[in-house]
Design a protein around this ligand. Structure first.
Ligand code: ZN
Ligand code: ZN
Ligand code: FE
Length: 749
């Protein structure tokens, strides 16, 4: 470099990604001032545009630091540099957006946990926001849950009704302030307030009460996690018998007293998204037995709003923090509705006057094989966009499936998967599905021309699709959507072929039977079913889903056994019910055929005496996995030449070993190992026969960590490339994105 003053240059930078509403412009403003550069920054339809002018080395430094030092909520995807001629500007300013700024990739960011700066102010008696439960700034606070329309400005959020005081307004207007253009900016003088003094809530919780608490995305029901009586009361009132409750803690140390955490789990727990992280429960965890019966894990999250933080700090002990609903209804988020619905469940209701625009459940993650596995993608992640491998030619809406449903809208290469809607089989959930679709269409300025749906004619999501007028419809097979979702999430070319082992509970098959143990060969556009689990009867149809003993009866019958009720089911099933169900299985009367691996797990769990009837989806399989010990060995699951997976020998072995007193944990472990071995065999053969080297493991059954690990390790060892969904759930929450990927790939071809 020469000693002379470097020449003045001017560069235009076009920054894309999540860069609006996250403090990106003030950040650029401060950086430019620090480097004594001239120019301006503004938001436009594509993201943020910057022009900087000054000595070449200072401009280069700004470019070099732009990405690494960006604000915490910003996701910089691309920075395009265009050299310009210097114009001798003086000073650096934030300019207004051009009038017609149109749609952007990320008009609003996801909700984010209270940042360290705000937490410090919250705990500082000298700060004007000391103990203010709604403190936030450009780097943290509610976003998606308060937005009603675009562009993302205060009048179009649920903060519209609060007029900023002079102090807040001054912060909002000052580009050097951490609260510059922070739309939810507020303080105790001008902002939202709690309906009750916090001390009253703390006292009630300490006394064993159940409290309904308005949070960021909806109401929670809370009580002391160590208080068995309080937890049992909550369970009884919520009509939730066994499904584990999530816990909220006030610090990492408090979490570490409950569960063992590896570095990745710790990182997830402390991330600004603040999901519920499922992790192994410590033997000495001080948690009431009713919190999470029959499992070795606990779901833990860190306080993510200032209100939560104050509450947890004051109480100093973990709280049960479960969604505020009764059984399977959607989470309550509107105040009047919450008052009605939670009246009989909670002893006390703590609410506030900042409305929630969209109900958003807590997200749930776990780590498997050193990688993130998403069980529910909602608060903290939505409405972040996902990338489609090829752009969709027309704007589209993908309606998803039925259980744990989400929908997805897509335009160009961008896809936005909705918050978790829930099980779409009642009026309330359908209503929130409709409202959600309208909201997303408005938010992303998108009019779907194509509506994609599941092939199941009875799904409410399929019926909704059929009701949309003036659009083209496309039906996508359920398991193909699972396969495509995983391929697309990993950014694979739409024509890249893989073997898919797609194992789940239920999906409508091309032959109109209930699929769920499918070996597919396909890419994002097309698929072929090249193998599957041996079909058996589901005696009584849906009843067999709720009553795993029926599947035990069906599988025993298919294996030529099961004339009498097995010992493990004595006391659970009457002789005459058993023989009736056996007759149904054998005649096929009222008994659709299924290849579901989920139902196979049900059968084995019932044969082991673990569970004859379930109280929530997947319960039998979850408890079977939790029961596994470390015993070696496996039961033989045969793979035929036509790639049919035949577990009849294993079923007989399960029944025999249980009858001869082999521990349940050993039987459960051997069944997992046998099924995994067969999965590896069938995938390896299918891959060889078709010249493919990639295998996708997906479907809700793969939430089973033991099965997932055994299958993936085995396929790895066989030299195959294994793909597992990470950003989206392997379960039906990922279906809508898969449907969008199939549609985009077909149009592309
Ligand atoms: Zn903050
Ligand atoms: Zn104020
Ligand atoms: Fe599924």
């Amino acid at each position: 470099m020469s000693a002379a003053a470097p020449a003045v240059v001017r560069t235009r930078l076009v920054v894309t990604g999540t860069v609006q509403g996250v403090g990106f412009r003030p950040y650029v403003y401060r950086l430019a001032h620090e480097l004594a550069l001239d120019g301006w920054v503004l938001n436009d339809a594509h993201g943020v545009v910057i022009e900087v002018e000054g000595p070449g080395d200072a401009v280069a430094e700004l470019i070099a630091r732009l990405r690494p030092e960006a604000p915490p909520l910003a996701i910089v995807e691309q920075v395009r540099e265009v050299p310009c001629s210097p114009v001798s500007e003086h000073g650096f300013e934030i300019r207004a957006s051009p009038a017609s700024s149109g749609a952007v990739d990320a008009p609003v960011s996801p909700d984010s946990a209270t940042c360290a700066d705000c937490l410090a102010e919250l705990r500082d008696p000298g700060n004007r926001r000391y103990r203010y439960p709604f403190i936030n700034c450009t780097n943290c606070g509610p976003r998606f849950t308060i937005v009603r329309g675009i562009p993302y400005d205060r009048p179009r959020t649920t903060m519209a009704g609060f007029k900023m005081c002079a102090d807040c307004q001054a912060e909002y207007d000052d580009p050097r302030d951490r609260r510059f253009h922070a739309q939810p900016n507020a303080c105790q003088v001008c902002g939202p307030a709690l309906s009750l003094p916090l001390e009253q809530v703390v006292d009630a919780l300490r006394g064993g009460a159940v409290v309904a608490l308005k949070g960021i995305g909806g109401y929670h029901l809370a009580c002391l996690a160590a208080d068995e009586q309080a937890v049992a009361t909550l369970r009884a009132r919520k009509h939730r018998e066994d499904k584990p409750f999530a816990l909220m803690v006030g610090s990492l140390a408090m979490a570490q007293a409950l569960v063992t955490l590896d570095p990745l789990e710790t990182e997830l727990l402390c991330s600004p998204q603040r999901p519920i992280v499922l992790a192994a429960r410590r033997a000495d965890a001080d948690v009431a037995p009713s919190v999470a019966p029959h499992t070795g894990e606990l779901g833990v999250m860190l306080a993510y709003s200032p209100l939560h933080q104050l509450l947890l700090d004051d109480i100093g002990a973990p709280l049960v923090m479960t969604s505020g609903n009764v059984s399977d209804e959607p989470i309550a988020f509107a105040d009047l509705d919450a008052r009605d619905r939670l009246a009989g469940t909670a002893d006390l209701l703590l609410t506030h006057d900042r409305p929630i625009a969209t109900q958003t459940d807590d997200s749930v993650l776990r780590v498997a094989r050193g990688r993130v596995l998403t069980l529910r993608r909602s608060r903290g992640y939505v409405p972040g966009s996902l990338s489609l491998p090829v752009p969709t030619e027309v704007p589209l809406l993908a309606c998803g499936a039925e259980l744990k449903s989400t929908f997805c809208v897509a335009k160009g290469q961008r896809a936005w998967v909705s918050h978790h809607i829930g099980d779409l089989h009642n009026y309330e959930t359908l209503d929130s599905f409709r409202t959600g679709v309208e909201h997303f269409q408005q938010l992303f300025e998108l009019r779907p021309e194509l509506v994609v749906h599941d092939l199941h004619p009875e799904y409410l999501s399929s019926k909704y699709a059929a009701e949309r007028v003036g659009v083209e419809l496309l039906g996508v097979q359920h398991h193909h959507a699972h396969l495509a979702a995983c391929l697309a999430e990993h950014g694979l070319d739409p024509g890249a072929q893989a073997i898919g082992a797609i194992f789940d509970g239920t999906g409508y098959g091309l032959d109109q039977t209930v699929w769920g143990g499918e070996i597919l060969l396909g890419d994002q556009a097309e698929f072929e079913r090249i193998g599957h689990l041996l079909p058996v009867a589901m005696p009584g149809g849906e009843a067999a889903v709720r009553e795993p003993w029926r599947m035990a009866c069906s599988w025993l019958s298919a294996a030529g056994a099961g004339e009498a009720v097995p010992d493990t089911l004595h006391g659970e099933v009457e002789e005459h019910s058993w023989s009736q169900v056996r007759k149904l299985a054998q005649t096929g009367l009222a008994s659709p055929l299924t290849t579901s691996i989920g139902r196979l797990f049900d059968a084995v769990a019932a044969l082991c005496g673990i569970r004859a009837r379930i109280n929530y989806e997947g319960q039998a399989a979850i408890e079977l996995e939790a029961a596994c010990d470390r015993a070696p060995g496996s039961y033989r699951v045969r793979v035929t030449d036509s790639l049919e997976i035949d577990p009849r020998e294993a079923i007989l072995a399960v029944a025999t070993e249980i009858a001869t007193g082999v521990p349940v944990g050993t039987v459960a472990a051997r069944f997992h190992t046998g099924l995994a071995e067969a999965t590896v065999t069938v995938c390896t053969r299918a891959a060889e026969a078709n010249g493919v080297d990639m295998v996708v493991l997906s479907g809700g059954v793969f939430l089973n960590q033991r099965l997932l690990t055994l299958c993936a390790d085995g396929l790895d060892a066989a030299g195959l490339k294994v793909l597992i969904p990470s950003l989206l759930p392997p379960g039906d929450g990922g279906i809508s994105f898969g449907q969008a990927a199939v549609a985009a790939a077909r149009m592309h071809r």
